[in-house]
Design a protein around this ligand. Structure first.
Ligand code: BGP
Length: 490
């Protein structure tokens, strides 16, 4: 703290909540929807927790009016959701499915009826299976044109109804988990393919923003990046250098392209040494440099702590446990595993647990101050307005005998993060909104229905759809009051 009195949240601050199509909608084959890569991947035995999938999810497809009414009663000012590409273009390109468009139009109209600002995400990880089958999805440059075609359909239809648009959700996460760790579709472990696909997605992002400028001149568009600040394990300059490497590799590698249209040099050279740089064709860099987002979407859950690589700088005894804790718990491990790195080089950094931080039931570090650090770093490097497009706590929630949820732990988590956002605003950071993850409970990609994030409990579990009843949790009423007082009651 270097100031004692905090600024108020801006008057028009977008107090919101977020979701993604595959995680809430269900209706996976309804009204002409095609399959997405998640519809297929989740059916591969052993890939998701207890084989859970989004066939029914929390049935938002049929219950969106009830869900929006709950948002309205809460006073929500913004709702971030994603569109399932395979509802709009069941084959990925070509024939448009009007019923799919109509569903989103109905949802948007319902939101606007209650003055809830829609924040529309174009891509939250679910490319149509037809495009994966036809040309390996994001491995082919054809996906740039097909994504653009899909985006243009939505821009044209909703340009007068939606102001805020998100292009790609957590490109860093879905490329790493999908192409490197075989943990998401398309279920590949190949670093070279990861960087190739990633470059193609960068081009798709830029091309869609070009179309946006043409078709939605008054709208705002940006990517949502899964950002976590990287800390050095301690002040040993070797560890500080490792943290710099980590920040460049895990964050700037993506964000510098979004904002400046170029790849950071240090990482580019390292990838060259490893033989995994993406193929750059003529015109690529010009396309990347021709656009700039209007805002940065920031998904913040936690950062990471790193030390110099273990090969040149062996762990001290007291560091062994931190190392083990990390390996055991973090699902977003990005450091090359020896067998998968395909690298003769020593790693640029090694991830370790942070001894100062508590963890969630799923081993994610809880680091509210990291939110302020994230916002500060992003403001000073990129200088764009920011919207927190995700932040929240995944926990086991238990229904009491009175059918209530006493999720004080979630309230504490959200409150602490919001206080740090308020401090960042006081520091001088431009934050335009906050979308908690998530509005209702929903399907966690790999962790089933028992990892709950919502303000609203859904009566279902991993084995059974049960009643799908919506039950507002204690945190629902807490957030309602925060919104009503524009954050003054934090
Ligand atoms: C983000 C995703 C969300 C959501 C969240 C929580 O990475 O954008 O879709 O799932 O993480 O993750 P999990 O469901 O793994 O707990």
């Amino acid at each position: 703290m270097f100031h004692t009195k905090l600024d108020d949240f801006p008057e028009n601050f977008l107090w919101g909540a977020a979701s993604a199509a595959y995680q809430i909608e269900g209706g996976w084959k309804e009204d002409g929807k095609g399959s997405s890569i998640w519809d297929t991947f989740s059916k591969i035995p052993g890939k998701t927790y207890k084989g859970t999938n989004g066939n029914v999810a929390v049935d938002h497809y049929h219950r969106y009016k009830e869900d929006v009414k709950l948002m309205a009663d809460m006073g929500l000012r913004a709702y971030r959701f994603s569109v399932a590409w395979s509802r709009i273009l069941p084959n990925g390109s070509g024939e448009i499915n009007d019923k799919g468009l109509q569903f989103y139009e109905n949802l948007i109209d319902e939101l606007r009826k209650y003055n809830i600002e829609p924040v529309l995400t174009l891509y939250h990880w679910d490319i149509p299976q037809a495009l994966q089958d036809a040309y390996q999805g994001w491995e082919s440059r054809q996906a740039i044109d097909d994504f653009n075609e899909y985006a243009r359909v939505l821009f044209k239809r909703f340009k007068n109804k939606v102001k805020y648009w998100v292009t790609f959700n957590e490109q860093n996460v879905f490329t790493a988990l999908g192409y490197r760790w075989e943990a998401h579709p398309p279920n590949i472990a190949n670093v070279k393919k990861m960087f190739e696909a990633n470059h193609i997605i960068n081009l798709a992002n830029a091309k869609a923003i070009q179309s946006f400028r043409e078709l939605v001149p008054n709208g705002r568009i940006g990517p949502s990046f899964g950002y976590g600040p990287i800390y050095p394990f301690d002040s040993n300059p070797n560890h500080v250098l490792a943290a710099l490497n980590g920040e460049e590799f895990q964050n700037h590698w993506w964000m510098d392209v979004y904002i400046h249209g170029k790849y950071p040099k240090v990482i580019w050279k390292q990838l060259e040494r490893l033989g995994v740089t993406p193929t750059i064709e003529s015109g690529d860099m010009e396309l990347l440099q021709s656009v700039k987002p209007d805002f940065l979407g920031v998904n913040y859950y936690h950062g990471g702590t790193v030390r110099a690589n273990k090969i040149e700088f062996p762990l001290k005894d007291e560091e062994q446990q931190l190392d083990k804790d990390f390996e055991a718990t973090d699902p977003y491990l990005m450091e090359p595993k020896e067998e998968q790195a395909q690298s003769p080089e020593v790693p640029m950094f090694t991830n370790v647990s942070n001894p100062y931080l508590e963890k969630t039931d799923w081993g994610w570090e809880i680091d509210p101050i990291g939110m302020r650090i994230a916002l500060r770093r992003l403001q000073s490097r990129y200088d764009l307005p920011m919207m927190i497009t995700e932040n929240g706590l995944g926990a086991f929630d238990e229904l009491t005998e009175n059918r209530e949820i006493e999720d004080q732990y979630r309230i504490d988590y959200l409150r602490e993060h919001l206080v740090e956002i308020q401090k960042a605003i006081t520091d001088g950071v431009d934050v335009i909104g906050y979308c908690a993850w998530s509005f209702t409970d929903l399907l966690s990609w790999l962790n089933g229905y028992r990892k709950r994030y919502g303000f609203v409990y859904i009566d279902r579990d991993d084995e059974n759809e049960k009643s799908l009843e919506r039950i507002p949790k204690k945190s629902y009423y807490w957030y309602k009051n925060i919104i009503k007082t524009n954050g003054k009651s934090l």
